[in-house]
Design a protein around this ligand. Structure first.
Ligand code: 8YV
Length: 316
């Protein structure tokens, strides 16, 4: 039962059910598929004053222009690389995201992926389940996390949380950013190739978007070297995926733990046969606790907007 007195909003793409439930208590919610024909939106949708989206869908200039009454975009994600932020700013459309509430879980998964990759946990699990260990096959010896040089690419909130988790075991923690960060005990390396050369592990924790596209390129991958491991919990597009796959195939790097991919949910099948690669379906923030907290934060931002108040977590 929709209540026409409730502000009309668009749910852009399939939203987390609890979020939909909370939105429907407050708003008249119009689901719009992420690939909808924007020239054929029903009149009721054109009245939408808010749009709720998430990391992989975002909000293009086209969807903003298709909704003449749009006032705010609420993101169920910390990443807003798929939102045309400058277009929103130019049109006076507010944008909110969900930082901080997901930091710990994304950092936890990064550390879990690091251990799983370096210690061959997934491949050894398959060896036990397949019976080959019982038939006498011996697991290969592996690298170690303790004492290794951990390179954090992108020392933001999530990068710092990862570094703090690994401080007790790392041989050293170094990082590469566009500029040196203040108030951090970790060693800054300005040159990306020097950063890779001096790392045993590169954990990609930078924001996505065009400015970070293929930041981890063939040169950085080769500078990391044959004993090196890459972990990515950021965005798939931050790595030159073809170059990484080629390096993994040639054993020019030792392994990769990947939670994100260039064209999700499609993952290059070449990775499926690689025992030195651990794959996750973009699960960084996907805990019951955190997805609820993210949904509550999306709603809090919309509630604040419609109450004429400051947004709790504004992007624009
Ligand atoms: C989102 C993400 O939670 O927060 C981000 O930027 O990439 C994910 O953790 C996901 O996009 C929600 O569907």
């Amino acid at each position: 039962m929709t209540d026409a007195s409730l502000p009309p909003i668009v749910a852009y793409g399939p939203l987390y059910p609890y979020l939909t439930q909370e939105l429907e208590r407050r708003f008249t919610v119009h689901p719009v598929a992420a690939d909808a024909d924007l020239s054929a939106l029903p009149p009721s949708v054109l009245e939408a004053r808010a749009l709720v989206s998430f990391g992989s869908v975002g909000a293009s200039a086209a969807i903003m222009d298709a909704l003449p009454n749009l006032e705010i975009i609420g993101l169920f994600s910390v990443g807003y690389d798929k939102v045309d932020v400058e277009h929103a700013r130019a049109k006076g459309i507010r944008v909110s995201n969900t930082p901080d509430v997901l930091t710990d879980d994304v950092a936890d998964l990064a550390v879990g992926l690091l251990y799983a990759t370096v210690r061959n946990i997934a491949a050894n699990d398959r060896m036990v389940r397949s019976g080959t260990w019982a038939r006498g096959e011996k697991p290969a010896l592996c690298g170690r996390v303790t004492g290794s040089r951990i390179g954090i690419l992108g020392l933001g909130r999530i990068g710092r949380a990862i570094a703090m988790r690994l401080e007790p075991v790392a041989g050293e923690i170094l990082y590469h950013n566009r500029r040196e960060a203040a108030d951090t005990p970790y060693r800054y390396v300005a040159d990306p190739l020097d950063f890779a050369r001096q790392s045993d592990v590169i954990i990609v924790a930078t924001s996505g978007g065009p400015e970070a596209a293929k930041l981890v390129d063939a040169a950085m991958i080769d500078a990391l070297g044959p004993d090196g491991v890459i972990v990515n919990i950021s965005r798939g597009g931050v790595i030159d995926e073809e170059a990484m796959i080629a390096a993994l195939a040639d054993k020019r790097i030792a392994g990769a733990g990947l939670d994100v991919f260039a064209h999700e949910p499609h993952v290059p099948e070449a990775l499926f046969a690689m025992d030195h690669v651990v794959l996750q379906p973009h699960q960084g923030s996907a805990t019951i606790h955190t997805r609820k907290a993210m949904a509550d934060l999306v709603v809090a931002n919309l509630d604040a907007h419609f109450a004429g108040q400051e947004l709790p977590t504004p992007v624009v």
